[in-house]
Ligand binder design. Structure first.
Ligand SMILES: [Zn+2]
Length: 948
């Protein structure tokens, strides 16, 4: 049975409490999760309240809801409702932060001791504010609660930014949290803004729909990229049968073989028609086809499963190799969510598409100019291109053929593609079939629906065509800008950077301009013919689930095809006319793809103004000459100087004024006037936190083992956090704030990865997760980037990584916190280089960190009166006592002792664990057994305490 919830702070008000009861009757809500109730009826079995002053309550209005395992803490109450442990909390704003931290410790402990496999929901007004749940202010409590969320692996259900507390400017102090497995079942979460309830707080309404997570998990597998196992070559018949099947798979649920059956029936019917003349033969053939088909279906199913597994392994192993590689893209693609073209009206769609793809007077017609000598493709060139296409797991073009399929076909029949491509070259033809692209409109952020500028159009071409078509990184570009500005400012100049935004650049550039530009680059005639053909009669189809249904066919007459190899080359070749604009002295154009930046420098602001305006007007002429438009409203300008007194220069562009600001975006980075990149680091940390939460929400739907998923999460968050590090890592030595921001953001994701208690120190978190501190990683990226630039001969090994490890070890050995774990792991280098043993397990983390179900730890957070061991009455029960000394476990301890065959002490045990896999497993098993037992007994103890 599903559950409907209302969550609210009643402000200790009687009328508000009556109203909530009324609301529940009217709206058929089963459960109210209440902070600061007026009064709970102690005689009623419907009320479950926190101990002491009754600050939080759960009110169950429906007798159909089963209630069990009720736990009352002074500031929260927790109960199992229909199998879900629901925890309602209230933290008064008037208490000191230490009390709040205590509350979080008790809450954490209570949630961790919930029986394994029981889903958890945590709600309440904790007076904690953070951008993570939509508030516009961050406070200390928000930071602390954020750590709890990560360490318990919870997911934030709050969406949007409607204030839940309405006094003053409004704030979001009420949060709804759940474990990741429950996250997908929470539906319809909303703040009931316009409902009167006689409280300063709005109601939050949401439902728990059982089984929904299961449905989501299965539907997610259909969204996973199709992958083929083509290692053993391809049998032609089953391959074709597979294609038919795959067609159906693409459209529906792979578990639902009915669709595939329907497809097969259609195929059989068609066959029957062509074989009419001999019914008997037809039937025999049909039977044969049927059984071949069934066999192929089975094979395909196995192949898909197997290759999914291999792909997952490949994915994980490539995580470290390329931070912005496959895993990053896979995950970011998942985050983008559903195709944004869904359910839009035809007319709206048409107008969006018309604006994004303006029609140009085609200049691509006319007979091809005779070509002199054609340089044909060689077999190895085609091999390499096919190999490249086949190694990528990309969305297929409109023909549904992926690079992997092409690779398999090419292996079986190497001459087909070679012959095909060369005859294309000779005749100067780009086949029409390949020109049709599937246009996907990706919606940008929170932009309004139906407005052209809200969409980024992406054209997917057929891979066959992409192979036929034949750089510098963003880090280089930002460094170039930085160097120019620093040199200028240090020379006592005023510097000005103006970003020039070309509206919808890639799609609006005219093909006639591209074709005009190409001869300047000495492109041979036969290739020009090819491009001429390539550009004529191109179409795109927009798949629209619009009211009228069907797809929208559009003619494309401009733009460079994105996702194709030639796209950026064509853009650069054409836009080069702008980049080569002759500028007055002191002005320079920098650019990367369609991000163009004008930088100027001068001794005085008057001079600067003159130079900048002259340069801008020249650039503007060139850009509009190409039929492109400048989006003045998106143009940003920042003045860089060390001087304090000056008059602001007045900058003009396209007849309008450009306002000077303190920071600007360039290639996805925030460049601020102090060049200290504080804004960039803050933005990266906020983005990393946001993506971490979004990812955690969909994690149960991503396949693969739990530990691998966590590694994927960590990899993606680090990629976001360290974006552009070569440009800003040098500031880490100057700005301690940047180091703190980075490492704090990193700690959150690591806590989630290793399931550590919130109280585990930052340094220990890094060691347990075998991940160097984020600031060292950023420096490492910068060092690796610089080495690439330096002409010196490459030396053996990964020098930047060795340096990182040395720096980390130095920091670790002088660290104040983590004295226990330093006894276990004195040197991080061999620990991180170990060949086996993952720490993603809650018990092993407790063992290593010393934070967990130990008397001393529980005593520290007031759960126990004294730190004594409950088993043997030893005065201090900590990790060392539990695992190495306590008499209760002496017999059980014999087993790991015998396996590692050496002294069993904190100083030696980890070294032994790293020696062999069997040692690792023996210790891990022992640790798990001790802690599982201790946790069960602690649960029992709490339970008895409740019933006293
Ligand atoms: Zn003991």
């Amino acid at each position: 049975m599903g559950l409907d919830f209302v969550q609210c702070n009643l402000n200790h008000c009687r009328v508000a409490q009556d109203l909530v009861a009324q609301f529940m009757v009217e709206e058929r809500v089963n459960v109210a999760l209440i902070s600061d109730p007026y009064k709970a009826d102690p005689a009623s079995s419907a009320w479950h309240v926190s101990a002491g002053q009754r600050k939080a309550a759960i009110y169950v209005a429906n007798t159909g809801v089963t209630v069990a395992n009720v736990i009352s803490d002074p500031e929260f109450v927790s109960a199992r409702l229909n199998g879900v442990q629901v925890c309602s909390c209230y933290a008064s704003p008037n208490r000191p932060i230490e009390d709040f931290q205590d509350l979080l410790c008790r809450l954490e402990d209570s949630i961790r001791t919930v029986q394994q496999g029981t889903p958890v929901l945590v709600t309440g007004d904790l007076n904690a504010r953070s951008a993570a749940w939509g508030d516009w202010v961050d406070n200390r409590r928000g930071e602390e609660l954020g750590l709890l969320i990560e360490s318990l692996g919870l997911v934030i259900a709050n969406t949007g930014s409607t204030p839940t507390f309405t006094r003053g400017a409004g704030s979001i102090v009420d949060v709804t949290l759940s474990c990741d497995s429950l996250a997908a079942s929470i539906t319809d979460w909303r703040v009931l803004e316009s409902l009167f309830n006689n409280s300063d707080y709005h109601y939050i309404r949401f439902s728990l729909t059982p089984g929904r997570d299961l449905a989501r998990a299965t539907s997610a597998t259909t969204a996973a990229p199709r992958a083929w196992n083509t290692a053993g070559g391809v049998a032609n018949d089953s391959f074709l049968a597979g294609l038919v099947l795959a067609e159906w798979l693409e459209q529906g649920d792979p578990q639902d073989w009915q669709d595939a059956e329907r497809g097969a029936t259609a195929l059989r019917l068609r066959r029957r028609q062509t074989l009419e003349f001999n019914e008997e033969r037809a039937d025999a053939e049909l039977a044969a086809t049927n059984s071949a088909y069934r066999e192929a279906k089975k094979q395909l199913k196995i192949a898909i499963l197997r290759s999914k597994r291999t792909c997952w392994k490949e994915l994980i192993s490539s995580v470290d190799a390329d931070p912005f590689g496959k895993p990053y893209k896979l995950v970011m693609r998942k985050l983008r969510g559903r195709p944004p073209t869904a359910s839009k009206e035809y007319a709206t769609l048409q107008s969006v598409v018309d604006t994004l793809f303006p029609k140009h007077r085609a200049k691509t017609d006319g007979p091809p100019v005779p070509a002199d000598s054609v340089v044909p493709f060689t077999a190895s060139e085609v091999d390499a291109a096919v190999e490249r296409a086949g190694s990528k797991n990309k969305a297929p073009g409109p023909d549904g053929l992926t690079g992997k399929i092409l690779r398999a076909v090419h292996k079986a029949h190497p001459n087909i593609l070679l012959g095909l491509y060369n005859s294309c070259l000779r005749s100067g033809t780009f086949p029409a079939e390949w020109k049709t692209s599937r246009v996907v409109l990706l919606k940008k952020g929170n932009k309004p629906d139906g407005v052209p500028s809200s969409y980024r159009p992406l054209c997917l071409l057929n891979d066959v065509g992409k192979i036929l078509e034949k750089g510098k990184s963003t880090d280089d570009a930002v460094r170039e800008l930085q160097a120019y500005l620093l040199e200028g400012v240090n020379g006592g100049n005023f510097c000005l950077a103006v970003s020039i935004d070309v509206r919808n650049a890639f799609n609006t550039i005219k093909w006639s301009d591209i074709l005009d530009a190409l001869p300047r680059w000495r492109v041979p005639q036969y290739l020009l013919n090819m491009f001429r053909s390539y550009f004529s009669g191109r179409t795109g189809t927009v798949h629209a689930n619009c009211v009228e249904g069907g797809t929208l066919e559009i003619e494309i007459s401009g733009g460079v095809p994105q996702g194709s190899v030639v796209g950026p080359l064509l853009w650069n070749a054409t836009f080069d006319a702008v980049m080569r604009t002759e500028l007055p002295s002191g002005a320079k154009l920098l650019g990367f793809a369609d991000d163009t930046m004008l930088v100027t420098r001068a001794k005085s602001t008057q001079e600067l103004e003159a130079v900048t305006n002259e340069a801008l007007s020249l650039v503007e002429q060139r850009i509009t000459g190409l039929g492109l438009q400048i989006a003045v409203e998106k143009t940003e300008a920042v003045l860089f100087t060390y001087k304090f007194k000056y008059t602001q220069p007045a900058i003009k562009l396209c007849g309008g004024d450009v306002q000077l600001s303190t920071e600007m975006n360039y290639l996805g980075m925030v460049v601020d006037r102090s060049m200290l990149f504080k804004g960039q680091v803050k933005k990266a940390a906020a983005r990393a936190a946001g993506i971490g939460n979004q990812l955690a929400r969909i994690m149960p739907n991503v396949g693969g083992p739990r530990e691998d998923r966590r590694r994927l999460l960590s990899s993606v968050v680090h990629s976001v956090l360290l974006y552009g590090a070569p440009s800003w890592a040098h500031t880490l030595e100057l700005v301690p704030g940047n180091v703190q921001t980075l490492n704090r953001a990193q700690r959150k994701v690591l806590l989630r990865c290793i399931c550590a208690y919130r109280t585990v120190s930052k340094a220990a978190t890094n060691v347990i997760a075998s991940t160097p501190p984020a600031d060292l990683l950023a420096m490492e990226r910068m060092a690796a980037f610089d080495r690439r630039l330096a002409p010196a001969a490459p030396t053996a090994g990964n020098v930047p990584r060795t340096k990182t490890m040395e720096a980390w070890q130095e920091r670790w050995s002088t660290e104040e916190s983590g004295s226990w774990i330093r006894r276990l792991i004195p040197d991080v280098r061999p620990w991180c280089a170990r060949s086996h043993g993952l720490v993603t397990n809650f018990h092993l983390t407790q063992f290593l960190s010393g934070h967990g179900c130990f008397g001393q730890y529980l005593h520290r957070f007031r759960k126990l009166e004294n730190p004594r061991c409950v088993d043997c009455r030893a005065p201090t029960d900590d990790a060392e006592h539990a695992f190495f000394e306590c008499d209760r476990w002496w017999r059980r301890r014999m087993e790991p002792k015998a396996t590692i065959n050496g002294p069993f002490t904190p100083e030696t045990v980890v070294g032994k664990m790293m020696e062999s896999r069997s040692n690792w497993t023996a210790v891990e098993r022992f640790v798990k057994e001790v802690l599982t037992k201790r946790e069960a007994e602690e649960r029992e103890r709490q339970h008895q305490e409740q019933n006293m």
